[in-house]
Design a protein around this ligand. Structure first.
Ligand code: F6P
Length: 373
């Protein structure tokens, strides 16, 4: 098929997740072997583009990486081409130079970097921060196709992102293991999972792992409801309980627990710490022994599940199909079991959270799972 694209670049931005390499492989292999298109790899997400760090990718470079976790290109979740921090020296009133950081728009320089290498299009593999920047670059005239990545599954426009299934599998295996030790010691085990402002990982791993309590950001909880439920289980002879809590969960009228704020990041807020806080509160209120575990980055690591490998391969191939068919500035998505695409401009800045009328929540409630409401 005739097409104008001769050279593309591929990058992975934001927090890493299993399946990134499978997408890089699919894009690169399809580009080289099906269409004779040259491929460049941009290192460390937008940071590499800003710093002009890119290298050619060969067919051989992407062999044997399908099942490899992480990303061979590296990633970064603190750089934004539209708000790049640079130090400037100004003459102070006393005459001594003062240092201050200013946020510069370096997006034109990014576009020039790609043009200098005769790169016709960019495949951006990333979550909402990465895709929001991709939409901005598209407005500058760049041809961009986004591929939806994130363990959080919170990208607007797609029913699923690759990386999510692996994270849920990892979290479920951890819950299974925590159940046996919670049972031996008759404890309340509070397990914190990632997900940012969405409760997808908590809901899915909580249901798969048989969590007795599942707390998600979409359903603010009441501490007394959680404690009453745990006590009730105790009175039924269930001497232990598993509480699966999303890092973004919050009490009714309360706030999310923030671990740190990362200056200049497209997503400056980093959540974390709710499990430890909640375990202390439960122990104090119920007098039952409680422990907390934060699963953290193990949810982002390791080899992708077969489902994620297939999804990532399909997404990567679809990205190339769109490009060679002259379609641009869209995000590849999976909708109702079918591959399609949506405009990048529609995705920018939005989050897909769990609908509170989700059939999964109904099913969980039917098996007596407490959501703390
Ligand atoms: O978006 C993926 C994610 O792992 C979130 O679940 C989590 O809140 C965040 O990234 C952690 O970011 P960082 O790698 O900067 O600590």
């Amino acid at each position: 098929m005739a097409h104008k694209i001769k050279t593309i670049a591929v990058m992975t931005g934001g927090g890493d997740c299993p399946g990134l390499n499978a997408v890089i492989r699919a894009v690169t292999k399809a580009a080289i072997s099906k269409y004779g298109i040259k491929v460049w790899g941009i290192e460390d997400g937008y940071l590499g583009l800003i710093e002009k760090r890119l290298h050619p990718l060969s067919y051989e470079n992407v062999s044997h990486i399908l099942s490899l976790g992480g990303t061979i290109l590296g990633s970064n979740n603190t750089s934004n081409p539209f708000k790049y921090p640079v130090e400037s020296r100004t003459g102070g009133s006393t005459g001594s130079p003062q240092r201050k950081v200013i946020l510069k728009d370096v997006s034109d320089s990014c576009v020039r970097t790609l043009a200098a290498k005769k790169i016709d299009a960019l495949v951006c593999i990333g979550g909402d921060g990465t895709q929001t920047c991709a939409a901005g670059l598209a407005k500058k005239g760049l041809t961009v196709i986004g591929v939806p990545k994130t363990i959080d599954n919170d990208l607007w426009g797609t029913d699923v992102t690759f990386g999510f299934d692996t994270a849920v599998t990892t979290a479920t295996e951890a819950i299974d293991k925590l159940r046996t030790t919670a049972s031996s010691h008759h404890r309340v085990m509070v397990v914190e999972v990632m997900g940012r402002y969405a409760g997808w990982i908590a809901l899915h791993s909580g249901i798969a792992g048989g969590g007795d309590v599942i707390l998600i950001p979409e359903i603010p909880y009441r501490l007394e409801k959680v404690c009453d439920f745990v006590m009730k289980r105790n009175s039924w002879g269930k001497s232990y309980s598993i509480v699966v809590v999303a890092e973004g969960a919050k009490e009714v009228g309360g706030k999310m627990v923030v671990r740190e704020t990362v200056a200049y990041s497209p997503e400056p807020i980093r959540l974390g710490g709710i499990a430890s806080k909640l375990a202390g509160q439960i122990e104090q209120a119920t007098k039952l022994e409680a422990r907390s575990v934060t699963l953290g980055y193990i949810q982002r690591g390791g080899t992708p599940t077969p489902y994620d490998r297939i999804l990532a391969t399909s997404f990567g191939f679809e990205a190339m199909e769109l490009l060679v068919n002259g379609i641009k500035n869209r995000l590849v998505v999976m909708k109702n079991g079918k591959l399609s695409s949506v405009p990048l401009s529609q995705v920018a800045g939005k989050t897909r959270t769990v609908p509170i009328n989700s059939p999964l929540i109904k099913a969980a409630r039917a098996v007596n799972t407490c959501f703390g409401d």
